[in-house]
Design a protein around this ligand. Structure first.
Ligand SMILES: [Zn+2]
Length: 218
């Protein structure tokens, strides 16, 4: 149940503005680092409309109507503030942060354990039930074995970590849910920085997401 790229359903919900602010930030940051997913998103723009017309021609189900309305009402992404107006906290100096994180509001950090710090990301919008943070883990550390509540997505920004499912490094997108139990180990050569978003919601499986899969895999 792990992915180096976000699954198509998640990309589709990103595309139509249905993700919580934290999930949206993680997916957008992956986009900054992944040309493949950027072109997949452009494909959604081109194919989504054509598919909707086809669905409407056959039978206009409630779901299709909902999706059509969602498309029409898709909110514009809020304009990020100019980077110059955001004061970078000193603890983020020296990290090569992708564009989308340079404008994120990350006011401070706390040490969660020796060698592990957490820096929450703040949003203007309502983020009830969700958590978004940068997590730093010193090289060579092994995290305690754990499972996940709801859906958790992690984007690697620096270093590597390994678990039973594989090895992950910068740009890799990892999806965890209640079924995943693991104790990730950070590589011995480099400290690890990742962006994490937790969301109590189950990942949506939309009709259109399913329909788009054959196209998205090109
Ligand atoms: Zn990707």
């Amino acid at each position: 149940m792990t992915h180096v790229h976000p699954p198509e359903d998640l990309l589709w919900d990103y595309h139509r503005g249905r993700l919580s602010p934290g999930m949206r930030l993680v997916v957008r940051t992956h986009m900054d680092l992944c040309p493949q997913c950027r072109s997949e998103l452009r494909l959604f723009d081109q194919v989504g409309g054509a598919l909707l017309e086809e669905i409407e021609g056959v039978a206009m189900s409630d779901t299709a109507l909902d999706l059509a309305m969602a498309r029409i009402e898709r909110p514009d992404e809020p304009e990020p503030e100019p980077a110059a107006t955001i004061k970078r906290p000193a603890f983020l100096e020296g990290f090569d942060l992708p564009e989308s994180l340079k404008t994120a509001n990350i006011p401070g950090r706390y040490w969660a354990a020796p060698g592990v710090w957490i820096a929450p990301v703040k949003f203007d919008e309502d983020t009830q039930g969700t958590k978004t943070y940068l997590m730093f883990v010193r090289r060579g550390m092994v995290m305690p074995e754990h499972t996940h509540r709801g859906c958790e997505i992690t984007l690697m920004l620096k270093g590597t970590f390994n678990d039973l499912n594989g090895s992950y490094s910068r740009g890799d997108f990892v999806l965890c849910d209640e079924t995943i139990q693991h104790s990730p180990a950070v590589g011995a050569d480099e400290d690890c920085l990742c962006l994490v978003a937790q969301d109590g919601l189950i990942l949506p499986k939309t009709l259109l997401g399913k329909l788009l899969q054959p196209f998205a895999r090109i």
